[in-house]
Design a protein. Structure first.
Length: 246
């Protein structure tokens, strides 16, 4: 499967991608005023802006796409943007209270290296959070999997399982692993995000499948409310301070 070129999607992402408010709340609830937070693969910065607004934390967003960073939301003084990757964050060790990513882990080439890098830059007692989707969530996306069922196999091939991610986090040194589930429901009133393929799996299905699914979705929206459900697993790990030997 070819690599998604996010440099050409930046403006569309900035215009159409939205925050799951429950995810933002769960992330923000783990940090305090003045805490240091990093979002890895921040894209256009919606989640970083939301978390910092809710918690009054200081945030840094890291993304490999300069075009995405140039389209970032929430350019407050307490937020910075850096070009970088999960495997090489480009900051000093032991600085952050929370490092998180949202719907990004399936794009990380070397996840083991990415988790080791997160462990390195976290303070003792700091937490990492991978926000992703389980196999069940990928199969039951609504409306995406209903109107574009061809995307299901695409996503199952791209996303690592929760069990795989837990093993990788443990190998990097994280302990006290736990999970939350965040669900937010709204309505599709505009099909532009689908038409403009801001959901990257739509780039990997045939044009005929895309056109057919889009036509059915647009007809359903015109006929009445179409439910949109955003579901995520938040997988947490902690950099536990070492206990000094007696």
């Amino acid at each position: 499967m070819r690599k998604t070129d996010y440099s050409v999607l930046a403006e569309r992402y900035a215009a159409h991608r939205r925050v799951n408010p429950r995810v933002a709340e769960l992330l923000a609830n783990t940090v305090h005023h003045g805490a240091r937070v990093m979002e890895v693969g921040c894209g256009t910065g919606n989640y970083l802006a939301a978390v910092c607004a809710l918690s009054a934390a200081a945030g840094i967003g890291v993304d490999p796409s300069p075009e995405m960073l140039n389209a970032t939301a929430g350019t407050a003084a307490r937020q910075r943007r850096l070009v970088g990757r999960a495997e090489q964050l480009g900051v000093a060790a032991g600085q952050f209270d929370l490092i998180f990513s949202v719907d990004v882990i399936h794009h990380v080439v070397d996840r083991d290296a990415g988790y080791r890098e997160a462990f390195r830059v976290l303070r003792k007692g700091g937490r990492v959070c991978t926000v992703t989707e389980s196999d069940m969530m990928l199969r039951t996306r609504d409306p995406q999997s209903r109107y574009f069922p061809e995307t299901i196999d695409v996503e199952l091939a791209r996303y690592p399982s929760i069990e795989t991610l837990r093993r990788e986090m443990q190998r990097a040194g994280f302990e006290n692993l736990s999970e939350d589930v965040a669900e937010w429901t709204s309505e599709v009133i505009d099909t532009a995000p689908f038409r403009e393929k801001v959901f990257s799996s739509l780039l990997y299905i045939s044009e005929s499948a895309f056109d057919s699914g889009l036509a059915r979705l647009e007809a359903a929206v015109q006929a009445g409310a179409v439910r949109y459900v955003s579901r995520y697993v938040l997988l947490w790990g902690t950099k536990v301070p070492s206990v000094p030997s007696a």
